[in-house]
Design a binder for this molecule. Structure first.
Ligand SMILES: Cc1cc2nc3c(=O)[nH]c(=O)nc-3n(C[C@H](O)[C@H](O)[C@H](O)COP(=O)(O)OP(=O)(O)OC[C@H]3O[C@@H](n4cnc5c(N)ncnc54)[C@H](O)[C@@H]3O)c2cc1C
Length: 319
């Protein structure tokens, strides 16, 4: 299939094929910090077939640039006032679950109670955790309190000190930037701190399915394993609008402690404020503009470099 000839042609083709889209959308609804610029076009594929079609149709239309993918938007700040590249939202994407042990597991895995489960990339981590608890499957307890979709979590290698998604991923299905579908095995995935690089694949791929290795366990053991994450989450401002931790922990330091030591706890600018509960969280107290958040980020960064000689890198994605 060829790409659409113009934006009008693209919208006509999307309508003909029954693909959901919206124009001129406020991205505050697609980011957990509830602020953001406007997207010219946001598309909502429900499955691989629709996503494949969208990738082909949007090739080179509207902008030479690629599309931008958003899952739950729990780690993404839409800073730009106007986002011209088509945004693909995984809000309505496949969130089904199935047992893929037959394709991925060995007899040995089976003997030690290991299972490989396939999840649609649109599923929320909280749903996976609930599913695992219901089916007595252990391995993803660290998902507790991490919002967002599985696709976003794989891309971010989300997790905690104890574990991160990369430790339990066996394989993923993706569409590369040209719209070719492929399965990527664990050996070709390079997971590092809050990041994933795939051997030989440019960064703008879309993850459609994720295969996670889980282990048969008991409800009591799973509940016990979750305790440590529950405790940790009680120290985070979970009821507020935020993006989780803003900065990555620099080697050997806690970014939160560093920001607290520099006196930023509770510091506000416009509608944004450094959380009093956890200094690595910036919260939207109401009416925050993306520029308010960026102002605080820049100030924290500058001070960390000046006063401590430490370069802070953002964990969040700024678009
Ligand atoms: C209150 C709170 C607590 C948090 N706690 C934690 C924590 O403990 N540990 C932690 O690691 N993170 C934490 N986070 C951050 C965030 O929840 C995770 O990074 C999460 O995995 C992001 O998922 P998402 O779907 O929201 O990603 P998004 O913000 O939508 O996207 C993140 C990145 O992934 C890409 N992406 C999204 N979906 C896909 C896809 N299907 N295919 C390809 N690329 C995709 C996006 O383009 C972007 O680059 C927290 C956030 C909040 C708000």
């Amino acid at each position: 299939m060829k790409g659409a000839k113009s934006k009008e042609d693209l919208l006509k083709k999307l309508k003909e094929r029954g693909i959901d889209f919206m124009e001129n959308q406020d991205m505050s609804s697609y980011s957990s910090i509830k602020t953001g610029g406007k997207a010219d076009l946001i598309l909502f594929p429900r499955n691989e077939a629709e996503l494949g079609l969208i990738i082909k149709l949007t090739e080179g239309v509207i902008s030479e640039c690629f599309r931008y993918v958003v899952g739950g938007g729990t780690n993404t700040l839409f800073k730009k006032e106007r986002i011209c590249v088509p945004v693909i939202s995984f809000k309505k994407f496949d969130s089904s679950v199935s047992d893929a042990s037959e394709n991925y597991g060995s007899h040995e895995n089976e003997k030690c109670g290991e299972k490989v489960m396939r999840f649609g990339a649109g599923i929320n981590l909280s749903k996976i955790l609930n599913y695992s608890m219901r089916h007595n499957l252990s391995g993803c307890e660290f998902f507790y309190g991490i919002p967002g979709t599985l696709g976003g979590a794989v891309k971010m290698n989300a997790g905690s000190k104890e574990s991160s998604v990369g430790n339990i991923v066996e394989a993923i299905d993706i569409f590369d930037s040209n719209g070719s579908k492929r399965t990527v095995q664990k050996k070709d995935m390079n997971f590092s701190y809050r990041s994933l690089n795939i051997k030989g694949i440019k960064d703008n791929y879309c993850i459609t399915s994720v295969y996670l290795k889980l282990k048969e366990s008991s409800k009591a053991e799973i509940a016990e394993n979750i305790k440590i994450f529950k405790e940790r989450k009680s120290g985070q401002p979970l009821g507020e609008f935020s993006l989780g931790c803003i900065f990555k922990n620099p080697e050997g330091f806690s970014a939160g402690k560093l920001i607290e030591e520099m006196g930023f706890k509770g510091v506000s600018f416009g509608g944004a404020s450094v959380s009093r509960k956890h200094a690595n969280f910036i919260i939207n107290k109401g009416g925050a503009k993306p520029s308010d958040i960026i102002f605080l980020i820049d100030n924290i960064r500058e001070k960390a470099l000046e006063s401590k000689g430490i370069k802070l890198d953002t964990e969040i994605k700024i678009v």
